[in-house]
Write a protein that binds this ligand. Structure first.
Ligand SMILES: [Ca+2]
Ligand SMILES: [Ca+2]
Length: 116
């Protein structure tokens, strides 16, 4: 699943703020779904962005477009999870770079006190 750069960027900002507040993507949905209807409406999503002080720094239409995959006018938990997991995957470093970091740690000189 690919989203526009603007959508990914905006969703990423939302994820960043949520992460800083120790809110998981799943909890974020609960927070957005104020009336516990099981889906998030445009109004609820706008309120959430307001709460997170993101209304001015993200592109709402792009976010909404990415979230409401079937264009039903509401975002279900499935749509929410699918969209955010796609964004989360995009920002996680590849396993290659992780193993490279690991290797460079291993070959650091052993006399360095700050290297385990
Ligand atoms: Ca709702
Ligand atoms: Ca929908």
């Amino acid at each position: 699943m690919k989203y526009s750069t603007v959508a990914t960027d905006s969703l990423q900002k939302l994820v960043d703020v949520a992460t800083k507040r120790w809110i998981s993507i799943s909890c974020l949905f609960d927070q957005a779904d104020v009336d516990r209807s099981g889906d998030v409406t445009k109004e609820e999503m706008k309120d959430l962005l307001d709460q997170m002080h993101l209304s001015n720094s993200v592109n709402f239409d792009e976010i909404w477009d990415a979230l409401d995959k079937d264009k039903s006018g509401e975002v279900t938990r499935e749509e929410w999870d699918e969209c955010f997991s796609a964004v989360a995957v995009a920002v996680v470093p590849s396993s290659d770079s992780t193993s490279n970091t690991f290797v460079s740690w291993r070959i650091k000189p052993s006399y360095r006190a700050d290297v385990p």
